[in-house]
Design a protein around this ligand. Structure first.
Ligand SMILES: CC(C)(COP(=O)(O)OP(=O)(O)OC[C@H]1O[C@@H](n2cnc3c(N)ncnc32)[C@H](O)[C@@H]1OP(=O)(O)O)[C@@H](O)C(=O)NCCC(=O)NCCS
Length: 380
Protein backbone atom coordinates (compact mmCIF):
# COMPACT_ATOMS: atom_id res chain seq x y z
CA UNK A 1 0.00 0.00 0.00
CA UNK A 2 1.37 3.42 -0.93
CA UNK A 3 1.64 6.26 1.57
CA UNK A 4 -1.25 8.08 -0.12
CA UNK A 5 -3.53 5.04 0.07
CA UNK A 6 -2.69 4.62 3.73
CA UNK A 7 -3.86 8.10 4.64
CA UNK A 8 -7.45 7.56 3.39
CA UNK A 9 -7.64 11.40 3.49
CA UNK A 10 -7.12 11.23 7.29
CA UNK A 11 -6.52 14.67 8.76
CA UNK A 12 -6.95 16.42 5.39
CA UNK A 13 -9.38 19.34 5.38
CA UNK A 14 -11.41 19.09 2.18
CA UNK A 15 -14.01 21.82 2.69
CA UNK A 16 -15.86 24.17 5.05
CA UNK A 17 -18.98 23.48 7.06
CA UNK A 18 -21.11 25.39 9.55
CA UNK A 19 -22.95 22.23 10.59
CA UNK A 20 -20.91 20.45 13.23
CA UNK A 21 -17.63 20.23 15.06
CA UNK A 22 -16.21 16.75 15.58
CA UNK A 23 -13.52 16.21 18.19
CA UNK A 24 -12.41 19.86 18.23
CA UNK A 25 -10.30 20.55 21.32
CA UNK A 26 -12.28 22.52 23.90
CA UNK A 27 -15.49 22.35 21.83
CA UNK A 28 -16.32 18.67 21.38
CA UNK A 29 -19.24 17.55 19.25
CA UNK A 30 -21.71 20.31 18.42
CA UNK A 31 -24.53 20.73 15.90
CA UNK A 32 -24.74 24.34 14.66
CA UNK A 33 -23.04 25.41 17.88
CA UNK A 34 -25.17 23.39 20.33
CA UNK A 35 -23.44 20.78 22.47
CA UNK A 36 -24.60 17.28 21.62
CA UNK A 37 -25.10 16.43 25.31
CA UNK A 38 -27.59 19.27 25.75
CA UNK A 39 -29.44 18.28 22.59
CA UNK A 40 -29.59 14.62 23.67
CA UNK A 41 -30.82 15.62 27.14
CA UNK A 42 -33.46 18.17 26.16
CA UNK A 43 -34.37 18.12 22.47
CA UNK A 44 -36.23 15.68 20.21
CA UNK A 45 -34.94 14.31 16.91
CA UNK A 46 -37.43 16.53 15.07
CA UNK A 47 -36.00 19.66 16.75
CA UNK A 48 -32.50 18.56 15.79
CA UNK A 49 -33.47 17.78 12.17
CA UNK A 50 -35.07 21.23 11.94
CA UNK A 51 -31.96 22.83 13.46
CA UNK A 52 -29.69 21.15 10.93
CA UNK A 53 -31.81 21.84 7.86
CA UNK A 54 -33.38 25.21 8.74
CA UNK A 55 -30.29 26.48 10.68
CA UNK A 56 -31.98 27.41 14.02
CA UNK A 57 -33.90 25.52 16.69
CA UNK A 58 -37.64 25.84 15.97
CA UNK A 59 -39.96 27.94 18.09
CA UNK A 60 -42.86 26.09 19.71
CA UNK A 61 -45.24 26.90 16.85
CA UNK A 62 -42.60 26.15 14.18
CA UNK A 63 -42.00 22.77 15.79
CA UNK A 64 -45.71 22.00 15.87
CA UNK A 65 -46.06 22.84 12.18
CA UNK A 66 -42.91 20.89 11.29
CA UNK A 67 -44.02 17.75 13.18
CA UNK A 68 -47.49 17.87 11.59
CA UNK A 69 -45.86 18.24 8.18
CA UNK A 70 -43.68 15.17 8.78
CA UNK A 71 -46.69 13.12 9.92
CA UNK A 72 -48.58 14.14 6.76
CA UNK A 73 -45.60 13.25 4.54
CA UNK A 74 -45.25 9.68 5.88
CA UNK A 75 -47.60 7.99 3.40
CA UNK A 76 -45.97 6.47 0.33
CA UNK A 77 -47.34 6.31 -3.25
CA UNK A 78 -48.85 3.11 -4.67
CA UNK A 79 -46.10 2.77 -7.30
CA UNK A 80 -43.56 2.63 -4.49
CA UNK A 81 -45.62 0.06 -2.56
CA UNK A 82 -45.72 -2.07 -5.69
CA UNK A 83 -41.94 -1.88 -6.05
CA UNK A 84 -41.47 -2.82 -2.39
CA UNK A 85 -43.70 -5.85 -2.87
CA UNK A 86 -41.58 -6.84 -5.88
CA UNK A 87 -38.24 -6.68 -4.10
CA UNK A 88 -37.07 -9.97 -2.61
CA UNK A 89 -37.75 -10.56 1.08
CA UNK A 90 -34.13 -11.69 1.34
CA UNK A 91 -32.82 -8.26 0.23
CA UNK A 92 -30.75 -6.22 2.67
CA UNK A 93 -32.98 -3.41 3.95
CA UNK A 94 -30.27 -0.88 3.04
CA UNK A 95 -30.73 -1.94 -0.59
CA UNK A 96 -34.49 -1.63 -0.16
CA UNK A 97 -34.16 1.92 1.18
CA UNK A 98 -31.67 2.90 -1.53
CA UNK A 99 -33.92 1.56 -4.28
CA UNK A 100 -37.14 2.91 -2.76
CA UNK A 101 -35.72 6.41 -2.43
CA UNK A 102 -34.39 6.19 -5.97
CA UNK A 103 -37.88 5.36 -7.27
CA UNK A 104 -39.37 8.24 -5.28
CA UNK A 105 -36.91 10.46 -7.17
CA UNK A 106 -38.68 9.51 -10.40
CA UNK A 107 -42.19 9.98 -8.98
CA UNK A 108 -41.51 13.27 -7.17
CA UNK A 109 -38.38 14.59 -8.95
CA UNK A 110 -36.62 17.69 -7.72
CA UNK A 111 -38.29 20.62 -9.48
CA UNK A 112 -40.09 23.85 -8.71
CA UNK A 113 -42.91 21.63 -7.42
CA UNK A 114 -40.58 19.65 -5.14
CA UNK A 115 -37.88 21.94 -3.75
CA UNK A 116 -34.77 20.66 -1.98
CA UNK A 117 -36.26 21.61 1.42
CA UNK A 118 -39.49 19.79 0.61
CA UNK A 119 -37.56 16.69 -0.44
CA UNK A 120 -35.53 16.79 2.78
CA UNK A 121 -38.75 16.82 4.85
CA UNK A 122 -40.34 14.17 2.64
CA UNK A 123 -37.42 11.75 2.95
CA UNK A 124 -37.11 12.15 6.72
CA UNK A 125 -40.86 11.53 7.00
CA UNK A 126 -41.17 8.54 4.68
CA UNK A 127 -37.88 6.61 5.03
CA UNK A 128 -39.33 4.65 8.01
CA UNK A 129 -42.49 3.97 5.98
CA UNK A 130 -40.51 2.60 3.01
CA UNK A 131 -38.51 0.33 5.27
CA UNK A 132 -41.41 -0.92 7.34
CA UNK A 133 -43.84 -1.39 4.43
CA UNK A 134 -41.33 -3.79 2.86
CA UNK A 135 -40.50 -5.42 6.20
CA UNK A 136 -44.12 -6.07 7.21
CA UNK A 137 -45.03 -7.32 3.75
CA UNK A 138 -42.39 -10.03 3.80
CA UNK A 139 -42.06 -10.86 7.49
CA UNK A 140 -45.69 -10.66 8.56
CA UNK A 141 -47.59 -10.91 5.29
CA UNK A 142 -49.17 -7.56 5.99
CA UNK A 143 -49.68 -4.39 3.91
CA UNK A 144 -48.86 -1.61 6.35
CA UNK A 145 -51.49 1.14 6.45
CA UNK A 146 -49.32 4.11 7.35
CA UNK A 147 -52.29 6.48 7.72
CA UNK A 148 -53.42 4.64 10.86
CA UNK A 149 -50.35 5.81 12.82
CA UNK A 150 -50.58 9.28 14.30
CA UNK A 151 -47.47 9.04 16.51
CA UNK A 152 -45.91 12.46 16.85
CA UNK A 153 -42.23 11.48 16.80
CA UNK A 154 -40.27 9.49 14.24
CA UNK A 155 -39.05 7.19 17.02
CA UNK A 156 -42.54 6.36 18.31
CA UNK A 157 -43.91 5.93 14.79
CA UNK A 158 -41.09 3.56 13.86
CA UNK A 159 -41.48 1.37 16.95
CA UNK A 160 -45.28 1.39 16.75
CA UNK A 161 -45.40 0.45 13.06
CA UNK A 162 -42.67 -2.17 13.57
CA UNK A 163 -44.09 -4.00 16.58
CA UNK A 164 -47.79 -3.18 16.21
CA UNK A 165 -47.97 -1.85 19.77
CA UNK A 166 -47.37 1.60 21.23
CA UNK A 167 -43.78 1.68 22.53
CA UNK A 168 -42.93 2.00 26.21
CA UNK A 169 -42.10 5.64 26.96
CA UNK A 170 -38.49 4.75 27.81
CA UNK A 171 -38.00 2.85 24.56
CA UNK A 172 -39.45 5.70 22.48
CA UNK A 173 -37.21 8.26 24.16
CA UNK A 174 -34.12 6.03 23.98
CA UNK A 175 -34.57 5.63 20.21
CA UNK A 176 -35.25 9.37 19.90
CA UNK A 177 -31.90 10.09 21.60
CA UNK A 178 -30.12 7.62 19.33
CA UNK A 179 -31.61 9.39 16.30
CA UNK A 180 -30.28 12.71 17.64
CA UNK A 181 -26.80 11.26 18.07
CA UNK A 182 -26.76 9.68 14.61
CA UNK A 183 -28.07 12.82 12.85
CA UNK A 184 -24.83 14.55 11.90
CA UNK A 185 -21.06 14.03 11.99
CA UNK A 186 -19.25 16.45 9.69
CA UNK A 187 -17.37 14.99 6.67
CA UNK A 188 -17.83 11.28 7.37
CA UNK A 189 -17.68 8.98 4.32
CA UNK A 190 -21.40 8.98 3.43
CA UNK A 191 -21.81 12.73 3.89
CA UNK A 192 -18.73 13.32 1.78
CA UNK A 193 -20.18 11.04 -0.93
CA UNK A 194 -23.41 13.09 -0.90
CA UNK A 195 -21.43 16.33 -1.21
CA UNK A 196 -19.33 14.98 -4.09
CA UNK A 197 -22.50 13.98 -5.96
CA UNK A 198 -24.29 17.27 -5.41
CA UNK A 199 -21.14 19.23 -6.33
CA UNK A 200 -21.49 17.96 -9.92
CA UNK A 201 -24.84 19.75 -10.21
CA UNK A 202 -26.76 16.51 -9.71
CA UNK A 203 -30.15 16.23 -7.96
CA UNK A 204 -31.03 15.75 -4.30
CA UNK A 205 -32.09 12.10 -4.60
CA UNK A 206 -28.89 11.09 -6.39
CA UNK A 207 -26.83 12.58 -3.56
CA UNK A 208 -28.89 10.69 -0.97
CA UNK A 209 -28.62 7.43 -2.89
CA UNK A 210 -24.80 7.85 -3.08
CA UNK A 211 -24.78 8.42 0.67
CA UNK A 212 -26.86 5.33 1.45
CA UNK A 213 -24.59 3.15 -0.68
CA UNK A 214 -21.58 4.53 1.18
CA UNK A 215 -23.11 4.13 4.63
CA UNK A 216 -23.90 0.47 3.99
CA UNK A 217 -20.32 -0.78 4.50
CA UNK A 218 -19.24 -2.40 7.80
CA UNK A 219 -16.50 0.18 8.36
CA UNK A 220 -19.18 2.90 8.45
CA UNK A 221 -22.90 2.39 9.22
CA UNK A 222 -22.87 -1.39 9.00
CA UNK A 223 -20.80 -1.62 12.19
CA UNK A 224 -23.84 -1.55 14.52
CA UNK A 225 -25.25 -4.77 13.05
CA UNK A 226 -21.89 -6.53 13.39
CA UNK A 227 -21.51 -5.26 16.96
CA UNK A 228 -24.88 -6.78 17.90
CA UNK A 229 -23.95 -10.13 16.36
CA UNK A 230 -20.75 -10.14 18.38
CA UNK A 231 -22.44 -9.25 21.69
CA UNK A 232 -25.20 -11.83 21.11
CA UNK A 233 -22.66 -14.54 20.29
CA UNK A 234 -21.67 -14.79 23.97
CA UNK A 235 -23.78 -16.93 26.31
CA UNK A 236 -22.03 -15.67 29.45
CA UNK A 237 -19.95 -12.58 30.37
CA UNK A 238 -17.09 -14.77 31.59
CA UNK A 239 -16.46 -16.06 28.06
CA UNK A 240 -15.72 -12.59 26.72
CA UNK A 241 -12.12 -12.13 27.86
CA UNK A 242 -10.51 -15.14 26.16
CA UNK A 243 -12.53 -14.81 22.93
CA UNK A 244 -11.87 -11.12 22.37
CA UNK A 245 -8.20 -11.53 23.17
CA UNK A 246 -7.86 -14.34 20.65
CA UNK A 247 -9.76 -12.31 18.03
CA UNK A 248 -7.29 -9.48 18.55
CA UNK A 249 -4.35 -11.86 18.21
CA UNK A 250 -5.91 -13.00 14.92
CA UNK A 251 -6.13 -9.32 13.86
CA UNK A 252 -9.93 -9.45 13.64
CA UNK A 253 -11.51 -5.99 13.70
CA UNK A 254 -14.03 -5.67 16.50
CA UNK A 255 -16.94 -3.72 15.08
CA UNK A 256 -18.14 -0.75 17.09
CA UNK A 257 -14.63 0.16 18.32
CA UNK A 258 -12.18 2.81 17.18
CA UNK A 259 -12.72 5.95 15.18
CA UNK A 260 -10.96 7.88 12.46
CA UNK A 261 -11.25 11.26 14.20
CA UNK A 262 -11.71 10.49 17.92
CA UNK A 263 -8.59 9.17 19.61
CA UNK A 264 -9.58 8.62 23.27
CA UNK A 265 -13.38 8.32 23.34
CA UNK A 266 -16.50 8.96 21.30
CA UNK A 267 -18.58 11.58 23.16
CA UNK A 268 -21.82 9.91 21.97
CA UNK A 269 -21.03 6.53 23.45
CA UNK A 270 -21.58 7.34 27.15
CA UNK A 271 -24.97 8.93 26.39
CA UNK A 272 -26.12 5.80 24.59
CA UNK A 273 -24.58 3.52 27.22
CA UNK A 274 -26.57 5.25 29.98
CA UNK A 275 -29.78 4.59 28.02
CA UNK A 276 -28.80 0.96 27.49
CA UNK A 277 -28.29 0.57 31.24
CA UNK A 278 -31.79 2.00 31.87
CA UNK A 279 -33.42 -0.25 29.26
CA UNK A 280 -31.54 -3.33 30.48
CA UNK A 281 -33.27 -3.06 33.88
CA UNK A 282 -36.60 -4.03 32.27
CA UNK A 283 -35.16 -6.62 29.94
CA UNK A 284 -34.94 -10.39 30.33
CA UNK A 285 -31.71 -10.08 28.37
CA UNK A 286 -29.95 -7.83 30.89
CA UNK A 287 -26.74 -9.98 30.81
CA UNK A 288 -26.11 -8.64 27.31
CA UNK A 289 -25.23 -5.32 28.94
CA UNK A 290 -22.63 -7.05 31.17
CA UNK A 291 -21.23 -8.81 28.11
CA UNK A 292 -20.95 -5.50 26.23
CA UNK A 293 -19.18 -3.88 29.19
CA UNK A 294 -16.84 -6.87 29.32
CA UNK A 295 -15.93 -6.38 25.65
CA UNK A 296 -15.38 -2.67 26.28
CA UNK A 297 -13.02 -3.44 29.20
CA UNK A 298 -10.89 -5.91 27.24
CA UNK A 299 -10.71 -3.64 24.17
CA UNK A 300 -9.46 -0.74 26.24
CA UNK A 301 -6.98 -2.79 28.26
CA UNK A 302 -5.54 -4.67 25.27
CA UNK A 303 -5.67 -2.06 22.49
CA UNK A 304 -6.66 1.29 24.04
CA UNK A 305 -9.68 1.15 21.71
CA UNK A 306 -12.96 2.65 22.92
CA UNK A 307 -16.56 2.03 21.84
CA UNK A 308 -17.84 4.34 19.12
CA UNK A 309 -21.52 5.30 18.71
CA UNK A 310 -22.33 2.01 16.99
CA UNK A 311 -21.35 -0.34 19.81
CA UNK A 312 -23.87 0.53 22.54
CA UNK A 313 -26.44 1.76 19.97
CA UNK A 314 -26.66 -1.84 18.79
CA UNK A 315 -27.80 -2.87 22.27
CA UNK A 316 -30.10 0.15 22.59
CA UNK A 317 -31.89 -0.90 19.38
CA UNK A 318 -32.00 -4.52 20.56
CA UNK A 319 -33.63 -3.51 23.87
CA UNK A 320 -36.19 -1.55 21.82
CA UNK A 321 -37.15 -4.89 20.16
CA UNK A 322 -35.70 -3.87 16.79
CA UNK A 323 -34.37 -6.73 14.62
CA UNK A 324 -30.63 -6.46 13.93
CA UNK A 325 -31.19 -6.30 10.17
CA UNK A 326 -32.84 -2.89 10.59
CA UNK A 327 -30.04 -1.24 12.60
CA UNK A 328 -28.16 0.38 9.70
CA UNK A 329 -31.39 1.66 8.07
CA UNK A 330 -32.13 3.45 11.37
CA UNK A 331 -28.83 5.25 10.86
CA UNK A 332 -30.22 6.35 7.45
CA UNK A 333 -33.51 7.54 8.99
CA UNK A 334 -31.54 9.83 11.25
CA UNK A 335 -28.59 10.84 9.04
CA UNK A 336 -30.98 11.96 6.28
CA UNK A 337 -31.20 15.17 8.31
CA UNK A 338 -27.43 15.72 8.30
CA UNK A 339 -27.07 14.69 4.65
CA UNK A 340 -29.85 17.09 3.65
CA UNK A 341 -28.20 19.96 5.49
CA UNK A 342 -24.86 19.18 3.84
CA UNK A 343 -26.46 18.96 0.38
CA UNK A 344 -27.99 22.41 0.92
CA UNK A 345 -24.72 23.79 2.27
CA UNK A 346 -22.65 22.36 -0.60
CA UNK A 347 -25.06 23.81 -3.15
CA UNK A 348 -25.03 27.23 -1.53
CA UNK A 349 -21.22 27.49 -1.89
CA UNK A 350 -20.60 25.01 -4.66
CA UNK A 351 -17.39 24.19 -6.44
CA UNK A 352 -16.98 20.83 -8.16
CA UNK A 353 -15.19 18.40 -5.80
CA UNK A 354 -12.49 16.86 -7.92
CA UNK A 355 -9.24 15.93 -6.16
CA UNK A 356 -6.13 14.60 -7.83
CA UNK A 357 -4.30 11.28 -7.61
CA UNK A 358 -0.62 10.46 -7.37
CA UNK A 359 0.17 8.30 -10.40
CA UNK A 360 1.93 5.02 -9.51
CA UNK A 361 1.43 3.14 -12.82
CA UNK A 362 3.59 2.31 -15.87
CA UNK A 363 6.02 4.68 -17.51
CA UNK A 364 4.68 6.12 -20.77
CA UNK A 365 4.98 3.43 -23.50
CA UNK A 366 4.18 2.77 -27.16
CA UNK A 367 0.89 1.26 -28.25
CA UNK A 368 1.13 -2.43 -29.33
CA UNK A 369 -1.03 -3.72 -32.14
CA UNK A 370 -3.25 -6.71 -31.34
CA UNK A 371 -1.00 -9.29 -33.05
CA UNK A 372 2.07 -8.19 -31.05
CA UNK A 373 0.44 -8.54 -27.61
CA UNK A 374 0.99 -11.52 -25.29
CA UNK A 375 -1.89 -12.59 -23.03
CA UNK A 376 -2.29 -10.14 -20.12
CA UNK A 377 -3.05 -13.01 -17.72
CA UNK A 378 0.15 -14.90 -18.63
CA UNK A 379 2.24 -12.00 -17.30
CA UNK A 380 0.56 -12.12 -13.87
C1 LIG B 1 -13.41 3.26 12.39
C2 LIG B 1 -12.15 2.73 11.74
C3 LIG B 1 -12.47 2.37 10.27
C4 LIG B 1 -11.09 3.82 11.77
O1 LIG B 1 -10.08 3.32 11.00
P1 LIG B 1 -8.67 3.98 10.72
O2 LIG B 1 -8.55 5.34 11.28
O3 LIG B 1 -8.46 3.81 9.27
O4 LIG B 1 -7.73 3.07 11.57
P2 LIG B 1 -7.16 1.67 11.11
O5 LIG B 1 -8.24 0.81 10.59
O6 LIG B 1 -5.99 1.94 10.20
O7 LIG B 1 -6.64 1.10 12.48
C5 LIG B 1 -5.39 1.45 13.13
C6 LIG B 1 -4.95 0.27 13.96
O8 LIG B 1 -5.91 0.00 14.99
C7 LIG B 1 -6.51 -1.29 14.80
N1 LIG B 1 -7.95 -1.17 14.96
C8 LIG B 1 -8.71 -0.08 14.65
N2 LIG B 1 -10.00 -0.34 14.92
C9 LIG B 1 -10.02 -1.60 15.40
C10 LIG B 1 -11.06 -2.43 15.85
N3 LIG B 1 -12.32 -1.99 15.84
N4 LIG B 1 -10.75 -3.66 16.29
C11 LIG B 1 -9.48 -4.11 16.30
N5 LIG B 1 -8.45 -3.37 15.89
C12 LIG B 1 -8.72 -2.13 15.44
C13 LIG B 1 -6.19 -1.66 13.34
O9 LIG B 1 -6.20 -3.06 13.14
C14 LIG B 1 -4.85 -1.03 13.17
O10 LIG B 1 -3.90 -1.84 13.81
P3 LIG B 1 -2.43 -2.06 13.17
O11 LIG B 1 -1.82 -0.68 13.16
O12 LIG B 1 -1.78 -3.03 14.09
O13 LIG B 1 -2.68 -2.59 11.78
C15 LIG B 1 -11.63 1.50 12.48
O14 LIG B 1 -11.38 1.81 13.83
C16 LIG B 1 -12.58 0.33 12.36
O15 LIG B 1 -12.56 -0.40 11.37
N6 LIG B 1 -13.46 0.13 13.38
C17 LIG B 1 -14.46 -0.90 13.30
C18 LIG B 1 -15.62 -0.48 12.42
C19 LIG B 1 -16.51 0.53 13.09
O16 LIG B 1 -16.83 0.41 14.26
N7 LIG B 1 -16.94 1.50 12.29
C20 LIG B 1 -17.82 2.56 12.77
C21 LIG B 1 -17.05 3.84 12.84
S1 LIG B 1 -18.01 5.10 13.63
Amino acid sequence: MTETEQTGLAGIIVGDTALSTVGKAGIGLTYRGYDIHELAASATFEEVAYLLIYRELPSESELKTYCSRLVALRAIPNELKLLLETMPGSAHPMDVLRTGISLLGTLEPESTKHSAYQIADRLIACAPSILLYWYQFYRNNKRLDITQYADKTTADFFLHALTGKKPEQEQGRALDVALILYAEHEFNASTFAARVTISTGSDFYSAVVSAIGTLRGPLHGGANEEAMRLIASFQMPNLVEATIKSMLVDKVKIMGFGHRVYKISDPRSDVVKAWVETLSKNSSEAPLFDIAQGIEKVMWREKKLFPNLDFYSALLFHFCDIPTLLFTPIFVMSRLSGWSAHILEQRAHNRLIRPEAKYIGMEKRSFKSLKDRTSATSTK
